[in-house]
Design a protein around this ligand. Structure first.
Ligand code: NAD
Length: 482
């Protein structure tokens, strides 16, 4: 096959068992005739040892950005060293906004708590608490930011529906906690309903994530595609994989508009590195996802069916070996040989793989214009005086406030303590004082005057957040109990 008719992909052999399982997977891809050629780059520990703190050399970024797909073996993360994880950096630098993790059970060939699991978890990959913005505000209080954006939400939900359509799936379930997080998760739920209405051929449903997680653990077979925010998706993926019993066999895709990264779910397994016993299945299933993504659907099904047949024939690596079920225990390369020998065969018991041609469209998010009006400011102060009495704090604020502003609310840990809060409420040393302009809109200069006045009154301001209306609708929550 000429180089021009092959698709260039980026490959990293990774750390620990990475090189062994990558070799096995590339041999299978080659034997299956996948028209690929490989640009090999170094990421992870080896690059870090060469002085690249993020775990990748600058010239490797160019390769990554050039090719549509990146097959990445697991890398070892040096916990507690303060260096940024390459995987996290790559997600952000390559805009890999969608994490797609198919989870299946392979009962009775792989032990599973529930048979019949075949669910795909589509998780937002860049936002939510994973932005990692945390601040200590006072000796007592630490705050972490959960960031959710309309374009981020719209992209991931559209991707989930387009994925379901392209892959012949019937239903998309959205999971949020919008009974509590009415704005962030509420946005996710609302956009889900909007986009579901544009896909009448796909069933849709919404669940509160705690109930959803319980159902996923007890009735996983009732789910098809799940779309959710980053943190919930992280947890739900592990719940599903645990229930299916196939965590060591799972691959995942990180999809961006131009580049997609495919990897095994497991890590670099340093405890068995170099022994030739690792199971290459997780990376192989990631490679199958990559082939589907690249439109090589026949090659993908060809490989997956040979792999399923290998599992059925009881040819298992040590991690899967079970007396009575397994026939022979093999090493990494022998397992790859067994898959290669079965290319062209199909499973006899498990559902054979079949992928439709057609890629999943990555749509651009819409950007509706909105009128944004400044109406007030939430000012947080550290205050630990006079028995932490909210009425005393309110009196001191009213005294300090410049003209044009009124103090409407004081909260502590989000709970209303003024006006007329319950005396039982536990109060920390961190207080949020909500000041609203007496005019229909405020200027930022007026906000600065207010902050100066509060500062001159001797308060320690830890944070100030502007309060806006968007097309006349409040862009901030009320205090609990307000
Ligand atoms: P791990 O997944 O590497 O290992 C957990 C257990 O599963 C170990 O007993 C290991 O021997 C076994 N195991 C894992 N993969 C296997 C395979 N293919 N075949 C047979 N057995 C396998 O998890 P860990 O020990 O917590 O992490 C090790 C390193 O991997 C850490 O540095 C961690 O940060 C990193 N990690 C990387 C990725 C990634 O690159 N995507 C993902 C998870 C963890």
């Amino acid at each position: 096959m000429s180089a021009s008719s092959t698709i260039p992909i980026t490959v990293a052999y990774g750390d620990g068992i990475g090189p062994e399982i990558t070799e096995a997977v590339l041999r299978i891809l080659q034997a299956a005739g996948a028209p690929l050629r490989y640009d090999v780059i170094e990421v992870g520990q080896k690059a870090q040892q060469r002085g690249y703190r993020v775990g990748i050399a600058p010239e490797s970024w160019e390769v990554l950005q050039r090719n549509a797909a990146f097959l990445k073996a697991p890398i070892t993360t040096q916990l507690g060293k303060g260096d940024k994880s390459f995987t996290v950096t790559a997600r952000l630098a390559l805009d890999l906004f969608a994490n797609v993790r198919p989870v299946r059970s392979y009962e009775p060939f792989v032990a599973s708590a529930r048979p019949g699991v075949d669910v795909v978890i589509v998780r937002e990959n860049e936002e939510d608490v994973y932005v990692g913005v945390e601040h200590r505000r006072t000796p007592e209080v630490i705050e972490s930011l959960k960031l959710v954006t309309r374009p981020g939400v719209e992209r991931i939900i559209r991707y989930a529906f387009e994925y379901a359509r392209a892959r012949g799936r019937r239903k998309v379930t959205c999971m949020t906690k919008d009974n509590i997080l009415k704005m962030a998760d509420g946005l996710f739920h609302r956009v889900f309903e909007e986009i579901a209405a544009q896909h009448p051929d796909i069933q849709s449903e919404h669940m509160i994530v705690d109930i959803g997680a319980a159902r996923l653990a007890t009735q996983p077979e009732r789910f098809d595609v799940i779309v959710t925010l980053n943190l919930y998706g992280d947890i739900l993926s592990d719940v599903a994989a645990q229930v299916a019993g196939s965590v060591g066999l799972a691959g995942s895709a990180n999809i961006g508009p131009n580049v997609a990264m495919f990897e095994a779910v497991h890590g670099s397994a340093p405890d068995i590195a170099g022994q030739g016993v690792a199971n290459p299945s997780g990376l192989l299933m990631a490679a199958v996802q990559m082939l589907v993504h690249l439109g090589l659907v026949e090659h993908a099904a060809h490989i997956e069916n040979a792999w399923l047949r290998t599992l059925e024939d009881g040819i298992h690596t040590a991690d899967l070996y079970r007396p009575g079920v397994s026939r022979v225990q093999v090493g990494t390369q022998e397992f790859a040989n067994a898959v290669i020998e079965r290319l062209g065969e199909s499973p006899r018991h498990l559902k054979p793989a079949f992928y439709r041609a057609g890629s999943v469209r990555v749509a651009a998010a819409s950007n509706p214009p909105m009128q944004q009006t400044l109406v007030g400011v939430d000012v947080w102060v550290r205050w630990d005086e006079e028995g932490r009495d909210p009425e005393t704090l309110a009196a001191r604020w009213r005294h300090a406030l410049p003209e044009g502003w009124q103090l409407t609310l004081i909260t502590n840990r989000g709970v209303k303590v003024y006006p007329s809060g319950s005396p039982q409420i536990f109060c920390t040393d961190h207080w949020c004082c909500r000041c609203i302009s007496v005019h229909p809109s405020a200027s930022f200069d007026a906000v600065l005057d207010l902050l100066h006045a509060i500062c001159r009154a001797g308060f320690v301001i830890t944070k100030a957040e502007s309060l806006y209306h968007f097309d006349g609708e409040q862009g901030y929550t009320l205090g609990q109990g307000e």
